[in-house]
Structure formats: C-alpha cells, structure tokens
Design a protein around this ligand. Structure first.
Ligand code: ATP
Ligand code: MG
Length: 348
C-alpha cells in the first residue's frame, strides 16, 4: 500500500504482514487516516462521512493511493486518486467509471468509534449497516437497492403531484407494483443476511462479553406484504406526500436477554454488541465465498479489558488485521505480527 498527499500522510508506503498489523502512535498523528485510506479501496466512501475533497492534504491538489491485494485467486492492484473533489479508481491498470466498481473486489470489515452509536441511534444507521455489508457479500444487491430507492423517489414525486393532477392517480398503481417488487426483494435479502449473521454474532458476543447473556437479532419489516401495505397506506401517503411503508422504514432489533438493547443496553453492552456484529460480518463474508476480508479495527483496544482483548486477538488469529492504538504495549502476542509507528503523517 502506498499513499501520497492523503490527509496528513505525505508520501510513504506500508508493507503489511498477513496477520496482525498494529499501527500505533500518539493522538492526531494519522493512524485513522491510514485505515481510512485502506477502507476506500472497498469502493465505499470515507467512514467518517468526509467529502472527497477533504481527503486531499491541505495545500495539495491531488491525493493518490495504491493498493496491492490478493483476490479471485490472483494478485491485483488498484489505484485511487482524489482531485477536484472527486475520487477516481482503476483496477489492474484499467480505469473504472466509478470507484463503486471496486465493490466486492477488495473486501474489508471496519470497526471504528463512529459505529458505537449503531445500537442507540436512529434506524437509518442500522439499515445502512446491513446494506453496506450486503453490497460486499453480494454485489448484485447494490443495483437492486438503488432501483428501489429510485422507484421510491418517483413514487414520492407522484404522491405530491396527484392532489393537483387527479388524472395521475391511475399511474400510482404501476409505481406501487414496481416498488413492492423491488422492496420485497430488498427486505428478503436483508432478512436472510440477518439470519446468517445471527449465529456468529451470538458466539462472538458471548466471547467478548464473557458472560451468559442471550443475544438476539431480528430484521423488523415495516410491512409483511408490501403491495397490500402500500394500498392500505395510500390515503396517508397522499396526505403526507411520501411513502410510509417499505424497506426504507424497516429496522434491526438487537436484544440482550430478550429486551431491546436500544432501549435498555448499557454502554459496555453496546460496545460488545457492535464489535460482535462487525466481526460476524467478516465471518459471513468469508462463508459466502471469496477471499477472507481484511479487518480494520480503529481504536478498539482502549475500551476493552485484558480478558476481552485476549479473546479478540485469539478470535482474529489467521486473519489479516490492521489495528490502531496509542499504546502498543496493550497488544500482546506481537511476535507474530508487524508493528508500525505513525508520527506526524510518516510511518516508521
Ligand atoms: P487519534 O489517536 O486521536 O484517533 P489519529 O492518529 O487517528 O489520532 P487521524 O484522525 O488520523 O489521527 O488524524 C491525524 C491528523 O490529520 C489530524 O490532526 C488532522 O488535522 C489531520 N488532517 C485531516 N485531514 C487533513 C487534510 N486534508 N490535510 C492535512 N491534514 C489533515
Ligand atoms: Mg484515530
């Protein structure tokens, strides 16, 4: 992996080992920036919600990233450049129309402190957790989801037009049919994914939290049969001017001992739950075929006691991991891994 003018990382490279790679350093040195740079090769956006232009080092016009990785049984290389506020990508020397075309090639699972709000925040973040994971597991899911959203936008526009143009009411049927078809498929994929993630997440949660609490997870549909629900909600939808049922209103319910973690979970429980969900995501990615994903763990150790750290490191054995922390002493068993220090945007 090589980088140039990416945030505070001036110019340098990182040659990781196949196992545990610990990236340590004091605050604000560039550790998270480095993980963020690796993450961008999954084809997604910055996990910190940054705009592309913000990724270029202050005072520079262009950032460049280069990654060599193993996937589909061969060595591959990808390039990302960020210029004029836009990312562009190429794979094995061939330019891609959009960085999103990298999705499914280089696969990674990321845990960052931003994810800690997954349990307590609104449902949008939880839907996004499932959607982002599904896009990597099943690249055909991304176009399905975007067809659903596109249809939703069209239907909502129509709902707003109908009060002024009553003759448009007939066309609503067509949009309802289409929305129900895509929506049912989206909800089916999401529910199936949650079923797959449940067993590994349960095992991971038990391990991380060192207790016998019963973990549960369920996909909550806003409608069982979307076609019927759309018909039933039509009057409300026409009044409000938007679609009130469908996968864009679904949620994910996580429970501990049968009660909602969102409503009752403690801080420590939420932390363990999110970590379990993220690592279960990696298990499912691997089960579903293809290369094992790279695990990116930003600042996870500082929050875990020695027993939990020990469990985590053991559980991750055999995977390629990039782990950031302030104090490398906190990470034992380093004889098998590689250690990198980040100081003012330089790697040592
Ligand atoms: P912490 O331990 O606090 O999480 P960190 O090592 O993870 O620290 P980073 O989040 O990687 O730190 O950020 C390092 C520095 O990068 C910050 O001080 C920030 O100001 C700087 N930075 C962010 N974006 C840019 C940019 N576009 N150009 C130059 N510097 C930037
Ligand atoms: Mg950081």
């Amino acid at each position: 992996m090589a980088f140039e003018h990416y945030r505070n990382l001036c110019a340098g490279s990182l040659t990781p080992c196949p196992g545990m790679n610990v990236i340590y350093g004091r605050n604000a040195q560039g550790k998270t920036n480095l993980l963020e740079a690796v993450w961008l090769f999954t084809g997604g956006r910055s996990f910190r919600g940054a705009r592309d232009g913000e990724l270029v080092a202050f005072g520079q016009e262009k950032a460049a990233l280069h990654l060599q990785f193993y996937s589909e049984e061969r060595e591959q290389e990808a390039e990302l450049t960020i210029q004029n506020g836009r990312r562009s990508a190429s794979l094995n020397g061939v330019p891609k129309r959009s960085p999103a075309e990298l999705v499914g090639k280089f696969r990674a699972v990321l845990f960052s402190p931003e994810h800690l709000s997954l349990i307590k925040s609104g449902p949008a973040l939880r839907r996004n957790f499932i959607d982002a994971a599904l896009c990597q597991v099943k690249p055909a899911y991304a176009p399905l989801l975007s067809r659903y959203h596109h249809t939703l936008v069209q239907r909502n526009a129509l709902l707003k037009d109908i009060p002024r143009h009553a003759e448009l009411l007939d066309t609503l049927e067509i949009w309802d049919d289409r929305l129900a078809r895509y929506g049912d498929a989206v909800a089916r994929e999401r529910a199936a994914y949650i079923q797959k993630i449940e067993a590994p997440a349960r095992e991971l949660y038990a391990g991380i939290s060192e207790n016998k609490e019963q973990f549960g997870i369920q996909y909550q549909k806003s409608a069982e049969n979307l076609r019927e629900a759309l018909a039933a909600a039509r009057r409300d939808d026409l009044q409000s001017g938007h679609t009130t049922v469908g996968p864009h209103r679904d949620d994910l319910e996580v429970t501990v001992d049968g009660v909602s973690a969102r409503a009752y979970g403690s801080q420590g429980q939420q932390r363990s739950l999110v970590l379990a969900l993220k690592l279960a995501e990696a298990d499912v990615l691997e089960q579903e075929g293809g290369e094992a994903p790279v695990i990116l763990l930003d600042d996870v150790m500082s929050e875990l006691d020695a027993g939990r750290q020990h469990y985590l490191l053991n559980r991750l054995d055999g995977r390629q991991v990039f782990l950031t922390c302030c104090e490398p002493g906190a990470v034992k068993r380093l004889e098998e891994g590689a250690l990198f220090e980040v100081r003012r945007g330089e790697l040592y």
